[in-house]
Design a protein around this ligand. Structure first.
Ligand code: PEP
Length: 244
């Protein structure tokens, strides 16, 4: 399976930051994994133009479940596709927390993404309180059951395990904890989607950086990373790409 290094710029970056894209493409013109950056929507078309014909894919950070209409401030999946996106991050814990996104809403967004031809990167992950109370696998099972629609394939769906307490904190789960959750996700996907599940990419996300990328990528069932802070600088993201 071809692994995936996905970067989430979140609400960061201006046109000047596109210089990082040029630097990334110069240093990694032919990476051994798929390479994706998800900038703010305002930069999507520019980033797509800057990376046209290169190994870099661009993606959105969210989409609305409808294709168009009276939804001020929202962006639809066909709009992302038209701007050059081939993937979209859905159900990120910041969206789930800041915008009260439920599993059902995430599921509807995933279907909209598929209809627009986008691959959905569906994020799952427990809070620190849930980890401490021993309910991590239960939380993952519920989110996976509710957020991943029927019809998921290796081509249209990527899952990202992102423990909420590891995002932007510099803290990461142990390699055993990552292996446990990734193995569990593979098992649950196999129950629902059969052999197709073996080719679905499972990303780990949460404080991935150049210094810990290689050991995380060596964990069973880790097929890449979803990277926040360390995706903003070409040198850091490039080092993570090179570790895959
Ligand atoms: C993220 O928000 O998807 C993320 C993994 O962030 P960071 O790498 O900064 O922890």
């Amino acid at each position: 399976m071809r692994k995936l290094a996905a970067g989430n710029w979140k609400m960061n970056g201006s046109a000047a930051a596109l210089a990082e894209v040029q630097a990334l493409l110069a240093s990694h013109p032919a990476p051994l994994c798929d390479m994706l950056l998800c900038p703010p929507a305002t930069l999507l078309a520019q980033m797509a133009a800057a990376s046209a014909g290169s190994a870099l894919l661009v993606g959105g950070q969210d989409c609305h479940p409808n294709t168009a209409g009276a939804h001020t401030g929202d962006i639809s999946a066909p709009m992302l596709a038209e701007a050059g996106a081939s993937m979209v991050i859905l159900g990120h814990s910041e969206r789930r927390a800041d915008h009260a996104e439920s599993d059902a809403l995430v599921c509807a967004k995933v279907k909209a993404a598929w209809t627009a031809g986008l691959t959905a990167i569906i994020c799952l992950g427990e809070t620190e309180a849930e980890r401490d109370s021993g309910t991590t696998l239960q939380v993952i099972a519920t989110q996976l059951a509710g957020s991943v629609p029927e019809g998921a394939t290796a081509a249209n769906t990527v899952l990202a395990y992102e423990p909420v307490w590891a995002i932007g904190t510099g803290r990461t789960p142990s390699l055993e904890q990552i292996a446990e959750v990734h193995g569990f996700m593979r098992e649950k996907l196999t129950e629902r989607f059969g052999v197709e599940a073996k080719d679905m990419r499972l990303l780990y996300g949460g404080s991935v950086k150049p210094s810990n990328a290689a050991e995380i990528f060596a964990v069973a069932d880790v097929d890449g990373a979803l990277v926040g802070g360390a995706s903003l600088k070409a040198a850091d993201f490039g080092a993570i790409v090179a570790a895959l």
